[in-house]
Design a binder for this molecule. Structure first.
Ligand SMILES: [Zn+2]
Length: 152
């Protein structure tokens, strides 16, 4: 499993380059506390694709991630598989000043400062961490679902 890096992200965006890969969620140290081990094994895989683009004239990265971590339902305390799908557009500023200027124009923009040798894996991990539910629970078919409904 080799680390994937983009040498020059702004050029990657301008050339509409793309790359993709996948990794086991068990490899992500930062996820370890969130994931449920079953029989001592953490299951689940993340697959991702990164595409360079110019969005509104600005260099950007479109990031698509699919992952299937096993989390612990906070209602019934049972493990369940949480499908995660991330579709993110990340704008690439040349420096802090440009990032601040863009964010002032549109506070909702997701902007990072482009660095040489950008670590794609780190970016994907960050987005997975951000997209985990704050309170994990079965979306449907929670064994305790009826109990909760009964309280109302
Ligand atoms: Zn549940």
């Amino acid at each position: 499993m080799s680390a994937q890096t983009v040498m020059d992200p702004i050029r990657f965006a301008r050339e509409a380059a793309s790359l993709g890969g996948e990794f086991a969620l068990a490899e992500v140290d930062r996820l370890r506390d969130e994931l449920v081990e079953e029989g001592g094994v953490v299951t689940g895989v993340a697959t991702y694709r990164l595409e360079g683009a110019l969005v509104g004239g600005r260099p950007a990265l479109r990031l698509h991630i699919d992952a299937n971590p096993t989390l612990r339902c906070q209602r019934c305390l049972g493990p369940y598989v949480q499908p995660l799908r991330v579709e993110e557009v990340i704008f690439l500023a040349r420096n802090d000043a440009e990032m601040e200027r863009w964010e002032k124009i549109d506070p909702l923009l997701d902007v990072i400062v482009a660095v040489e040798h950008m670590d794609v894996r780190m970016l994907v991990e960050d987005e997975i961490l951000l997209s985990l539910p704050v309170v994990p629970r079965h979306e449907e078919d929670c064994p305790r679902h009826d109990d909760v409904l009964g309280e109302h």
